[in-house]
Structure formats: structure tokens, C-alpha cells
Design a protein. Structure first.
Length: 150
């Protein structure tokens, strides 16, 4: 929606109750990881993807370790398998073209809305997130974000 230039609004008087149970389905980790990468490839320009590649190459091993600690390594590895199928890339390229036609905001505008920190991490990896990942990603974001001028 933001890619097409839509504005998002908050209705503070609205209350939403969300019952999130991460242990309910292991398959959700597969979709979460797969879809995270699909968004990278479908939404952002290739220049942005290439510029952020060093951050990705640092983040992925950390995410692999977190998936081991939380018991969803199989789903993480399975999500990589999606990108080794030719049909997946055809789908991504078709979606890129569709998004490009709708797009009226820049990567710079989208990245201005992005955050480097994970605020509400719980479980066995909360320590890693708070003391390792958040400082590292904040530093990387401070370096790379100003470079995205398109």
C-alpha cells in the first residue's frame, strides 16, 4: 500500500485483541522467512537490494543461529529452498513488474519508515536481540540508510 503512495492512519480509540501463539504452527516460520525475502526482491529496486546485501549477509547467519535456538531451523532452511525453484523467480519478476506499475514512492521514502531495532523479542533469543542484534543493526542502518537516495 505504501509503495502505491497510500497513507496509513492510526485510530487510537480502536482496540484490537490479537491472540498470537507462535508455538501453534511451525509452518508459520517458513512463511515468515520466505515472505520476508520475497518482499526484498519484489518491492525494492535492485540497487537497494545490492546496497543492503552486506547487512543481509550478516543478518542471515544470526537468524540461522536464532532458528536453531528456537527450534525452527528446518523451516528456515526450507524457506531458502523456495528460491531455488525457477517458478519462484518467475513469480517474483512478474510481481516486480506489477509493483513497478503501481509504485509512486521511492525506496528512500520506504526506507525512512523502516526500523533497525526489534523492540518486543521474547524467549531464548531476547538477550541476543537486545545486546547484539539491535546495536549491530542500528549501526549498520545509520551507515547504509543515508546512501539510499533513489
Amino acid at each position: 500500500m505504501r509503495v502505491a503512495g497510500w497513507q496509513l492512519a492510526v485510530a487510537p480509540q480502536v482496540k484490537v485483541i490479537h491472540f498470537y501463539e507462535p508455538a501453534r504452527s511451525r509452518k508459520q516460520y517458513y512463511y515468515m522467512e520466505r515472505n520476508r525475502l520475497i518482499v526484498w526482491y519484489e518491492v525494492f529496486s535492485w540497487r537497494t537490494v545490492c546496497l543492503l546485501l552486506p547487512i543481509y549477509l550478516i543478518a542471515e547467519p544470526i537468524l540461522l543461529l536464532m532458528s536453531v535456538a528456537q527450534g525452527w531451523l528446518g523451516e528456515k532452511l526450507h524457506s531458502y529452498g523456495y528460491f531455488f525453484r525457477a517458478g519462484s523467480w518467475l513469480h517474483i519478476m512478474v510481481a516486480r513488474r506489477r509493483i513497478k506499475r503501481l509504485r509512486c514512492v521511492s525506496d528512500k521514502h520506504l526506507m525512512a519508515l523502516a526500523a533497525a531495532r526489534i523492540s518486543y523479542q521474547t524467549g531464548p533469543t531476547a538477550f541476543i536481540t537486545r545486546w547484539f542484534w539491535n546495536p549491530l543493526s542500528s549501526l549498520a542502518w545509520a551507515v547504509f540508510k543515508p546512501l539510499i537516495r533513489w
